[in-house]
Design a protein around this ligand. Structure first.
Ligand code: NOJ
Ligand code: CA
Length: 538
């Protein structure tokens, strides 16, 4: 019997390092800043932290353009600071997952500098180079996610290089075995340093059609939809070899015991789950974008998204969920405060591994970013799709700049005022922070919530969503109402419910307040009231 891996059912917390805590007063968050907040993370009750990129980088894509895969950018600190961070989090029982950006480097990376130096350079083939099309111009019609054609002409050598993202982010050539070996060594470097897992950036894009065929146009595309859906990316992503590369990465991670591989896979559920691998030898957790991309947000679309996703999972695969991240708008702005509370209830009670985005535990809304501060390459190309709104500083207290920094932060705080701070919300039992912390507490404590079987619970009104989680003799139900009026709660199928927790301060198990999400437990199985008193301290 092997022990249950730590990441199954674990609650992950995503930190955007620039925006969590600034230790040295330059307005930019850093690794020692995160160390200072280690007690907060432990208090909150998360199991693991996923750190966005902190590697040396020109920061065109805020760290997703890496110029040295095995260093720490001086903005964020040093390797010594990184080691201290791992030690501090491990000492508090918190695991550490780091970002790994294998699809592209920065154009300042010495590998690319060498690759572009001549057609015969030793590392020429480490990137994706191609001749101009027959009549001149780019080799094919592939589009960059940051706008325009994905090929950049290099006058010195007369060829184009591929950049799926910004032109300063050339795509590495994963068909080249030296590239794969170099990237394996990068992984080993961080795994040997004690990280507990790796989040692989754009895993599904690592392989490209060797013949570089044109992508078909998407004739369903409507203005207003994300521009990156204008093409059906048939040949530029989700190629069979991407699975070969996923297995390769997994094998390296498996050289170290007890590590997790998380893969970014922005695809419809049935294609995303293929990245668990036929023999479950690819990502442990191919990220599930269904909730983050759900439009409209309604009980019908949610039920369909949950059923679709759970229904397409291979046996034994661990589900995962998140509401947003550094690439999406804030969940509170998407749904409003009350619905965002309901959404946190769902996130932290659905079966599997949830990923919580920093600041969402305070219900932070989108920041209002002055145009002159917008430097996200996606915002530069498409201002209506700025990702900066969700990257504003974490708000700690009522001192200057919300306690994030002693200097003007790189992005303004989302909303000034005590209401939006950890300092205020931790004292307030009705706050979003108290709700999220209680949810995390019950997840950790109650085996039904953490590992229990999932089953939909029939509801009598289409404006409701409900499911049960059961483990041995423990059972809970999660019921959510999307209605604007008070509704009767679904009947307990077996026994009587008591309220463990409500997003709307409602202790009555019989009714649901407008937009309430609630966790109910069978009274006959356990003394929920006693547990509540013993567990939650502020
Ligand atoms: C996905 C990351 O989440 C995003 O922030 C980044 O811009 C692209 N990958 C390119 O690395
Ligand atoms: Ca700093």
């Amino acid at each position: 019997m092997t022990a249950r891996p730590w990441w199954r059912g674990a609650a992950l917390y995503q930190i955007y390092p620039r925006s969590f805590a600034d230790s040295n007063g330059d307005g930019i968050g850093d690794l020692p800043g995160i160390v200072r907040k280690a007690d907060y993370l432990q208090w909150l009750g998360i199991d693991a932290v996923w750190l966005g990129p902190f590697y040396p980088s020109p920061m065109v894509d805020f760290g997703y353009d890496v110029s040295d895969y095995t260093g720490v950018d001086p903005i964020f600190g040093s390797l010594g600071d990184f080691d201290e961070l791992v030690t501090a989090l491990h000492a508090r029982g918190i695991r550490v997952v780091v970002d790994f950006v294998p699809n592209h480097s920065s154009d300042r990376h010495p590998w690319f500098v060498e690759s572009r130096s001549s057609r015969t350079a030793r590392r020429r083939d480490w990137y994706v180079w191609a001749d101009p099309a027959a009549g001149g111009g780019p080799p094919n019609n592939w589009e960059s996610y940051f706008g325009g054609n994905a090929w950049e002409f290099d006058p010195a050598t007369g060829q184009y290089y591929l950049h799926t993202y910004h032109r300063t982010q050339p795509d590495l050539n994963w068909a080249n075995s030296e590239v794969r070996q170099a990237m394996a060594d990068v992984l080993r470097f961080w795994l040997a340093r004690g990280v507990d897992g790796i989040r692989v950036d754009v895993l599904w894009i690592l392989a490209k059609d060797p013949a570089l065929r044109d992508n078909p146009l998407n004739d369903q595309w409507q203005p207003g939809e994300p521009y990156w859906h204008r093409q059906v990316r048939r040949y530029s992503e989700d190629q069979p070899e991407a699975h070969t590369h996923a297995r390769f990465i997994r094998a390296v991670i498996d050289e170290f015991p007890d590590r997790v591989m998380i893969g970014e896979v922005v695809l419809p559920a049935e294609r995303a789950v293929a990245y668990y691998g036929v023999a479950q030898d690819e990502a442990h957790l191919p990220l599930n974008f269904s909730l983050a991309e759900l439009t409209p947000w309604s009980p019908q679309t949610l039920r369909a998204a949950i059923d679709d996703y759970l229904g397409s999972l291979p046996a034994g695969a661990e589900p995962n969920w998140f509401l947003g991240n550094h690439d999406f708008e804030r969940i509170t702005s998407r749904l409003g405060q009350r619905m965002a509370r309901l959404a946190q209830v769902l996130l932290l009670t659905l079966p599997g591994t949830p990923l919580l985005y920093y600041g969402d535990e305070l219900g932070l809304p989108n920041g209002r970013i002055p145009v002159d501060l917008m430097s996200d390459p996606q915002a530069v190309a498409f201002p209506e799709r700025s990702r900066e709104a969700a990257r504003t500083p974490m708000q700690w207290d009522t001192t200057a700049h919300a306690g994030f920094s002693t200097a003007t932060p790189w992005l303004p705080v989302s909303r000034p005022g005590a209401k939006w701070t950890v300092g205020q919300q931790h004292k307030d039992p009705a706050s979003m922070l108290s709700l999220v912390r209680s949810l995390l507490y019950y997840r950790a404590k109650n085996p039904a919530l953490r590992d229990g079987n999932y089953a939909p619970l029939p509801v009598t009104d289409p404006r409701m969503l409900a499911f049960t989680r059961t483990s041995g003799d423990r059972g809970v139900a999660v019921v959510a109402s999307f209605a604007d009026e008070v509704m009767p709660a679904p009947a307990c199928p077996d026994g009587q419910w008591t309220v463990l927790l409500s997003s709307a301060a409602n202790n009555d198990p019989q009714i649901l307040k407008p937009m309430e999400g609630k966790v109910l437990e069978m009274t006959r199985h356990t003394s929920a009231a006693g547990e509540r008193q013993a567990g939650i301290r502020s």
